[in-house]
Design a protein around this ligand. Structure first.
Ligand code: URA
Length: 245
């Protein structure tokens, strides 16, 4: 069940704010009954009518985007910066990012208009694996790596176990290149983890989400996620969920 204004907005009919106005103005009906209350919940089986016309159910779309740097993971920006939405003006459906990558972080980002799918992928219990390529300041000691892998406290909460693999050390520039696999996605988690052990992140790039990697994509481009891949992501998220219970 989802909020009526969200369902209208996700159908591509209008923005969520305009949808709220239409509801308050008494222009929206659910199964023939006028609804003016804003938090009303509806399901996929309900028929929604606006100004007497049935709202068309939008096809679900799932896209894998190679987010470039200097781009904000938001649908609009009051400071006029490039947003992820700028890359999807040709997509008929209103697609939203699943989670977020920082302004300067590059790499894999799922975009979709399927709210249920997005919620499942982002839910902490789904433990969907994400792999990042990271360059950090300084040469990491193996004791620090072990400490990070076991979990460290960030703002009083322990991070879940993760895996780190060193892929290169640049002694001249005092930089370590590594891969980190996380099964959670707290806000700015990778940067906070390395900052907290004295190795600020210089570059961050997400190479994989679940079964999806960036093969064939260039910065700023995207591809459709195939149906079997969507099924696989559902299976991966549910499998982790069940294992935890
Ligand atoms: N962790 C971060 O710190 N930043 C990102 O963009 C993604 C994960």
């Amino acid at each position: 069940m989802e909020r009526l204004q969200k369902v209208i907005a996700q159908s591509g009919y209008t923005s969520r704010r305009k949808a709220e106005e239409l509801i308050v103005q008494g222009k929206v009906q659910v199964n023939g009954v006028t609804v003016t209350e804003l938090g009303t919940k509806v399901s996929g089986d309900d028929t929604i009518t606006i100004d007497g016309k049935a709202l068309e159910k939008e096809d679900k779309v799932y896209l894998l985007f190679y987010k470039p740097a200097s781009c904000i993971t938001s649908m609009k920006d009051e400071h006029g910066r490039t947003t992820v939405a700028d890359y999807f003006v040709d997509v008929k459906q209103r697609v939203y990012p699943v989670g977020r990558l920082d302004y300067d972080t590059t790499g894999a980002l799922i975009m979709t208009n399927d709210g249920q799918f997005a919620n499942l992928m982002m839910h902490p219990s789904s433990h969907l694996e994400k792999i990042y390529e990271v360059s950090v300041d300084g040469i990491l000691l193996s004791t620090t790596i072990k400490q990070l892998e076991k979990g460290i406290y960030l703002e009083g909460v322990k991070t879940l176990p993760c895996e780190i693999k060193i892929v290169g050390k640049d002694k001249k520039h005092e930089t370590t290149m590594l891969l980190i696999k996380l099964v959670e996605g707290k806000n700015r988690q990778v940067k906070k983890m390395f900052e907290s052990v004295g190795h600020p992140v210089k570059r961050l790039h997400r190479i994989k989400i679940g079964c999806l990697d960036l093969k064939g994509l260039t910065p700023g481009s995207y591809r459709r996620i195939k149906t079997h891949e969507v099924h696989k992501l559902y299976a991966m998220a549910n499998e982790k969920k069940n294992r935890k219970l």
